[in-house]
Design a binder for this molecule. Structure first.
Ligand code: FMN
Length: 244
């Protein structure tokens, strides 16, 4: 039904009008073609957000990707939306806010979407955060929603898939699922905090984790975003000797 509506809207507004599915099944028109890369030669990344704790990671990643000019295709699960609302402060804790950071937005139920097909070329996908449920679906190839379907497509097309899998502690089921998707070439990227960066705040930890996610997606931060302070360069042995 949504697809038919989308098709008729495209006929009304021309082929460059892009249907935009919003999580509460609202529909908007986006005046851009998704068959061509909006930013010419730069990257196109699918970002899926599921109901594990960690929505600040998704917000910061989308902000950074937007600053980098990356074309982002967002899928937010129902529980991803609920967690977002619970974990962040208003007004930046709504699906609408998250969607405003993305280039294109899809309903998780719309398996007819472009990103359901390998013929729609992307430079990879990240699920951030990734619940154990979505991890299990990806491991089994159980493509019942657009998030798992797009992840399956990413794997079969031999593109980069990063799963910011979050749970603790882990059962053998979780660990086996992680091992199997890793064998299929996915990257399991638990959002584990680092202390060697001497973080002052939760946001510092989020920033460091997001920087590493961007590395995993084979993207590069530029200018001030590339803060070398949060990259490890080894102990300052020389400095230490001098203080003795
Ligand atoms: C506040 C909150 C935090 C949650 N944290 C986690 C978590 O860290 N890891 C996880 O696997 N599931 C977590 N869940 C449970 C998932 O939301 C639930 O399994 C859901 O079905 C996942 O569906 P989705 O993958 O389609 O978003 C959490 C749920 C809530 C409400």
């Amino acid at each position: 039904m949504q697809s038919l509506f989308c098709y008729s809207r495209q006929r009304l507004f021309g082929h460059n009008a892009k249907c935009r599915f919003i999580s509460e099944n609202r529909l908007q028109i986006r005046p851009q073609s998704i068959s061509h890369r909006r930013n010419g030669g730069s990257k196109r990344i699918i970002v899926a957000v599921t109901g594990a704790t960690g929505s600040p990671l998704a917000v910061t990643l989308l902000q950074r990707l937007r600053e980098l000019g990356v074309e982002t295709h967002l899928i937010l699960s129902k529980w991803g939306g609920a967690t977002l609302k619970y974990e962040l402060d208003a007004p930046n804790n709504t699906p609408r806010y998250l969607e405003s950071l993305a280039s294109v937005v899809y309903s998780p139920m719309d398996v007819s979407a472009s990103i359901s097909s390998g013929s729609f070329r992307t430079d990879g996908m990240i699920v951030v955060p990734c619940s154990m449920k979505t991890l299990a679906g990806i491991r089994m190839g159980y493509d019942s929603d657009l998030i798992v379907r797009a992840a399956s497509v990413t794997l079969k097309e031999r593109r980069r898939l990063v799963l910011v899998a979050r749970e603790t502690p882990l059962s053998t089921i979780h660990l086996e699922n992680m091992l199997e998707v890793t064998k299929a070439n996915a990257v399991i990227f638990p959002p584990v905090m680092a202390f060697y960066t001497r973080p002052d705040s939760v946001q510092d930890m989020v920033d460091q984790s997001v920087l590493r996610m961007i590395d995993m997606l084979d993207l590069k931060l530029v200018g001030e975003q590339e803060n070398e302070d949060i990259r490890w360069t080894g102990f300052d042995w020389k400095g230490k000797k001098e203080t003795k």
